[in-house]
Design a binder for this molecule. Structure first.
Ligand code: FES
Length: 103
């Protein structure tokens, strides 16, 4: 069994307003997305050529890398164009208005 430590990285209000937030946790750049009342967390650096997915356009559940337009599912981290480039995702907990990410 893997035990995760959860860290507060945002509050729900700012995500409701901004729809995303870039945070750094344990040297990982992680982007939070707010979609349909839920929060998802995934690594923000594209494994293809280091595009910043926190700057990518969101198309429903997919974020489009600003580098070369590869698409990543924000729930699973899977890259639709090259599954080998899939990204790590993180568990998210909501505690009242606090958003916590497990690592
Ligand atoms: S840098 Fe993301 S698709 Fe190339």
């Amino acid at each position: 069994m893997i035990f995760l430590d959860f860290f507060e990285v945002a509050n729900l209000d700012e995500l409701r307003d901004n729809k995303r937030k870039l945070v750094t946790l344990d040297k990982n750049q992680i982007v939070l997305f707010y979609l349909n009342g839920k929060v998802y967390a995934m690594n923000s650096i594209c494994p293809h050529s280091s595009g910043d997915l926190s700057q990518g356009e969101l198309d429903d559940q997919e974020v489009i890398c600003p580098g070369h337009q590869y698409m990543f599912n924000i729930k699973t981290g899977v890259c639709l164009n090259h599954p080998g480039y899939s990204l790590r995702t993180y568990k998210v907990k909501i505690d009242g208005e606090k958003v916590l990410v497990g690592i």
